[in-house]
Design a protein around this ligand. Structure first.
Ligand code: IPM
Ligand code: MG
Length: 370
């Protein structure tokens, strides 16, 4: 089969370009080795788009992203663009892309890999076997609510405003994703809000409960305030299966959850839109980690999170499950043989560069398909 699986690569800034280059080799391997080919297109986003186009994402790139079967993004942002006006800063490009693609559902797994249990700052027994899925609402809430802005008051003070706002529909559609995911996992959803302080949180809690009672009576549902959840995540993280939460809380909790696995260089994510008639949805995949300016250009970043993001694309966007399993197996074998990038090095391991890790995974793919 050739040709019509389309993938748009958006490497972004700093290590984003380094890790996407390795993922691209895996994508191309499928074409040359297994004749499962992808039409690969590539464009700029974030600071690298700003440098060329004076905007962090162009209309044309948004159009191409909407047309593609899947988008694979590296990472954006960095100190170079600190002085750029707020509306043109790299994160604004990513937020606009998510919004215009309609990617309301963000899936952020936090998994503790067996080989990396000792890399966590928490005790191994607290995190070993950890497997949480954070389902974050991605295009609503305080990130996008109106009114927003900075105004100058008559007394000369300035006032910054953002608005936390959710409608029933927005809560319902993300709640469905959370419950559907839980059904495929261990059957438990923890819905996280701040209903003791905010009306938007109160509505969140009510609507999630209604969706549960109406459509998912077999899934276990509990509600938790976000401050308590932040605490529980570091004290007893294994109590969680799916954490269902809003845009801002999901941003914060997903960093916390990723870091407690000790494997942040290993964690992929997916942002999905509503399913169209053919069951397919728009989708953007990206590693959980950021652009890491401090290690950029040194060929030491871990490309595995980005390669695993492509694995998520193989499953969710391309229905290529056996092929996804194959890449998973290749990565596991490479790690099991003690080959590591610097971030996940342990005693007795062999350190690989970013490019060497990409090559090691390709070599393992060759071996598995020999
Ligand atoms: C993330 C990032 C973004 C977010 C930033 C870059 C706007 O922190 O994907 O978690 O807050 O959503
Ligand atoms: Mg974040």
């Amino acid at each position: 089969m050739t040709g019509n699986r389309s993938l748009l690569l958006l490497p972004g800034d700093y290590i984003g370009t380094e890790v996407v280059a390795e993922a691209r080799r895996v994508v191309e391997w499928f074409g040359t080795r297994l004749s499962i080919s992808f039409d690969i297109d590539q464009a700029l986003i974030g600071g690298s788009a700003y440098d060329v186009h004076q905007v962090p994402v162009t209309d044309e790139t948004i159009e191409r992203a909407k047309q593609a079967d899947a988008v694979l993004l590296g990472a954006i942002d960095g100190p170079k663009w600190e002085k750029v006006p707020f509306e043109l800063q790299p994160p604004r490009g990513l937020l606009r892309l998510r919004k215009e693609m309609g990617l309301f559902a963000n899936l952020r797994p936090a998994i503790c890999f067996d080989t990396l249990t000792n890399a966590s700052t928490l005790k191994p027994e607290v995190v070993s076997g950890l497997d949480i899925l954070i389902v974050r609402e991605l295009i609503g809430g305080i990130y996008f609510g109106e009114p927003r802005g900075i105004e100058t008051l008559s007394d000369g003070q300035r006032r910054g405003v953002n608005t936390q706002v959710y409608t029933t529909h927005e809560i319902e559609r993300i709640a469905h994703v959370g419950f559907d995911m839980a059904k495929k996992r261990r059957g438990k959803v923890t819905s996280v809000d701040k209903a003791n302080a905010m009306e938007a949180g109160l509505l969140w809690r009510e609507v999630v409960q209604e969706v549960h009672d109406r459509d998912y009576p077999d899934v276990q549902l509990e509600h938790m305030f976000v401050d308590n959840c932040a605490m529980q995540l570091v004290s007893a993280p294994k109590q969680f299966d799916v954490i269902l939460t809003d845009n801002l809380f999901g941003d914060i909790l997903s960093d916390e959850a990723a870091m407690l696995t000790g494997s942040i260089g290993m964690l992929p994510s997916a942002a999905l839109g509503a399913a169209a008639g053919d069951g397919k949805s728009r989708a953007l995949y990206e590693p959980v980690h950021g652009s890491a300016p401090d290690i950029a250009g040194q060929n030491i970043a871990n490309p595995i999170a980005t390669i695993l993001s492509f694995v998520m694309a193989l499953r969710h966007s391309f229905d290529l499950h056996k092929e996804a399993d194959l890449v998973d197996a290749a990565i596991n074998n490479v790690l099991a043989s003690g080959l590591r990038t610097r971030d996940i090095m342990q005693d007795g391991n062999t350190e690989l560069s970013t490019q060497e890790m990409g090559a090691a995974i390709i070599a393992e793919l060759d071996k598995l398909t020999a």
